[in-house]
Design a protein around this ligand. Structure first.
Ligand code: ADP
Ligand code: SF4
Length: 690
């Protein structure tokens, strides 16, 4: 297949300073929970994107000095020459595929407390460090410190070039970088030539840009990453005129402008709260102010939207973090006219959670991300089948769908049986909840691939019993029958059933999905802490009911802090009038009220309500598995050699975990791991002298 000529513009080469990018696909800096701690995993993940056609591949933020120690978070690190091999590995692997590589050098100033190095943090003025609310403060920098800082930046740029980087970033974001803190009219209260007027506050950024040019600009390009709303006023509003003045002042100094917005929750906008290209109105003015190429992001997955960004003069490069994680081969698929094979990002931000959880990243759509090196998983090339065994998969939720797709790609004959009339399992239901339609892509992508995979047969409205499974007589049986929300209230806080949970006025999310009608007022009780409690409360309120959302945690939907959705969810619920009760647990339910207790003080009270929805935890639908396993003779007679549970049927978890579980099964079906060995490669620290 060949590419549609209307996408030709996306494949034009673009000059960046002394370099030329082969097309307009630009993987902007993004953290990944691997960085310098799991270096080969990081390098192989980046290289996969280079193989997938991205013209520029960047690192995550990379701290340049022990006074800017990001620990415990896992990012890049370039403190001395011993850090070079990590990045050299990444660069060599990416260069093999014709990509340019960029490094986002940064000093995080007062953001981090330098917990590993125990150096005293420093910033434009003395102020508390931010990350983790650690009770430490940064000291104010004097002139000698500023000279040191400039020298460290220069040395880091030279080191980055030695490691093989093509593009060197100067980072300028208020609150998380030295340059941004100096530029900020709020943070910078200095009275010397680095404070006061915009020209003075911009001095450091300009100097670092010029120093970097001077150090490496003959062979490397110099980029600025600038958050266009960094010029916040004392009241927090962006002083747009100052932003314009700053850009005008240094418009031609960098070789490339990478523009985005300051708050991460807006920058990595969850799809529930913002569409593709949601930053356009905020960053589009930059391009008219400079002759240098401009890159920006917007969860771009549609080639038509991308073309629109270029043709309308919004951007020169299509920047992406999440779309390149969900599909490292996005550019190649557009180039080769394989649009129906694009695995579109769903905007769930499971990838983002890696940062706060301090673990290698995972993705709901792409089970292979982070596994390229340690498991040798390639997102597009999957080893051919090792036997002619037919595989029966029961259940077409995320786990069953991904297992069927991946086994199909391997060439196995697959029969996928689904009880319902539509595919998707939990995703089919949840995509109908307010704001979650984009999550339906988990189903859509996989369903789409079945058109091509003629060896995968799909049966809808086919609820299978043990007898049916045996009648199919396929050697391999995979159970992906999912899970059901508990009715008894057992969850994180409640280890025994809640009194009165068996009442007729008590419901679960599954009842709502099945069309139950509730009387108000309703109490939604969230002891699950991810998105479900909040989104059910939103749905019921939008249905016109009076709703109280209650949780034993100190925040509703508390786990969504790490997906950057929390503030959005909280705002939405306040806006539509959902009552929020935090730090309270239910002690009993009857027909007219719930009895509740403060989790700290134990003080009790009651909330009148007609219905209660318990969003607490789920139970695996594993009865079919146990029935099959209880009769080994019947399995043998049917020629069934393996019965395997995957996804929520084995243990309820996230959609990402279900997809991963389905993918893993498909890779390992011929030789399942014994469970005795570590199932992936590891890199151990090199021991120092002793
Ligand atoms: P997961 O997240 O693990 O994929 P889901 O709950 O999303 O799990 O999906 C499980 C799917 O399995 C649902 O679509 C459900 O209808 C289907 N299912 C459950 N039991 C059976 C069965 N006995 N026969 C066929 N399909 C089933
Ligand atoms: Fe997109 Fe979700 Fe994957 Fe992140 S985890 S890349 S948001 S699909």
């Amino acid at each position: 297949m060949t590419r549609d000529p209307r996408y030709d513009v996306l494949f034009e080469p673009v000059k960046i300073g002394p370099l030329t990018a082969k097309n307009r696909f630009f993987q902007v800096p993004h953290c990944n929970g691997m960085g310098s701690v799991y270096p080969s995993s990081m390098a192989a993940m980046r290289a996969m994107k280079a193989e997938g056609g991205w013209a520029v591949i960047c690192t995550e933020e990379t701290d340049i000095h022990p006074t800017s120690d990001i620990t415990p978070y896992i990012e890049g690190r370039l403190w001395d020459d011993r850090d070079i091999p990590t990045f050299a590995r990444m660069n060599e692997a990416c260069h093999q595929h014709g990509a340019l590589t960029g490094i986002e050098l940064t000093h995080t100033a007062a953001r981090d407390a330098s917990l590993y190095s125990r150096e005293v943090p420093m910033s434009v003025t003395a102020r508390p460090t931010k990350a983790g609310n650690y009770p430490a403060q940064a000291r104010a920098m004097d002139k000698a410190d500023i000279r040191d800082y400039r020298r460290w930046c220069r040395e880091a740029a030279l080191r980055a070039r030695k490691a093989g980087f093509d593009l060197i970033y100067v980072y300028c974001r208020a609150g998380t970088s030295m340059n941004g803190d100096f530029l900020s009219p709020v943070m910078n209260t200095r009275t010397d030539e680095y404070g006061g007027s915009l020209e003075n506050r911009a001095r450091l950024t300009r100097e670092v840009l010029e120093d970097t040019h001077d150090a490496v600009g003959d062979t490397c390009a110099v980029a600025i990453r600038y958050t266009v709303d960094s010029a916040a006023s004392p009241t927090g509003e962006t002083n747009h005129q100052e932003t314009l003045d700053f850009i005008e002042m240094i418009a031609e100094v960098p070789d490339l402008w990478d523009v985005n917005i300051r708050e991460w929750r807006r920058d990595s906008m969850p799809s529930r709260f913002g569409p593709e290209a949601s930053q356009e109105d905020l960053v589009s003015f930059v391009k008219a102010m400079t002759t240098k190429p401009v890159v920006g992001v917007g969860r771009f997955t549609s080639p038509d939207t991308m073309v629109g960004q270029i043709r309308r003069g919004v951007l020169d490069f299509i920047g992406a973090a999440r779309p390149s994680i969900a599909d490292p081969f996005l550019p190649k698929k557009i180039e080769e006219g394989r649009l129906d094979e694009i695995r579109e990002c769903i905007g769930c931000n499971m990838c983002v959670t890696a940062d706060e959880l301090i673990v290698p990243m995972r993705c709901t759509q792409n089970a292979t991300i982070g596994e390229e090196w340690r498991k040798g998983w390639h997102p597009e090339i999957i080893p051919a089948k090792e036997s002619d065994d037919g595989v029966l998969i029961v259940g077409a939720g995320p786990a069953g769908l991904e297992a069927a797709r991946t086994l199909g790609e391997r060439g196995y004959g697959v029969t996928l049986a689904e009880a319902g009339s539509e595919l998707g399992g939990r995703v089919a239901h949840e995509a109908r909840l307010p704001g979650l339609a984009t999550w339906g892509r988990v189903r859509d992508y996989r369903e789409q691939q079945f058109i091509r995979l003629t060896n995968v047969e799909v049966y809808r409205e086919s609820a299978l019993t043990a007898e049916h499974v045996r009648e199919f007589a396929m050697p391999r049986v995979v159970l992906a029958t999912g899970a059901t929300w508990r009715r008894d209230g057992i969850g994180h806080e409640h280890v025994v059933p809640i009194n009165g949970a068996d009442g007729a006025n008590v419901f679960t999310p599954d009842d709502l999905f099945a069309g139950a009608t509730l009387n108000g007022p309703v109490v939604v009780y969230d002891d699950d802490h991810y998105y479900m409690g909040g989104v059910i409360a939103e749905k019921l309120r939008l249905d016109g009911l009076d709703v109280t959302l209650m949780t034993p945690e100190s925040d509703i939907s508390s786990w969504t802090h790490v997906t950057l959705e929390h503030k959005w969810i909280e705002n939405r619920l306040y806006e539509i009038g959902v009552e929020i009760v935090e730090k309270h647990a239910i002690t009993g339910i009857n027909n007219t009220e719930v009895a509740i207790e403060h989790t700290g003080s134990g003080r009790g009270r009651a909330i009148p309500c007609a219905s209660v929805v318990l969003v607490t935890s789920r139970q695996s639908n594993d009865a079919l598995y146990h029935e099959l396993m209880a009769d080994q003779t019947a399995l043998d007679a049917a020629g069934i050699t393996s019965v395997t549970r995957i996804g929520d049927c084995l243990a309820p978890s996230t959609i990402a975990a279900a997809v991963y579980s389905g993918h893993r099964l498909a890779r390992e079906i011929d030789s399942p791991p014994t469970g005795d060995d570590v199932p992936f490669l590891r890199e151990l620290p090199e021991l120092g002298p002793y």
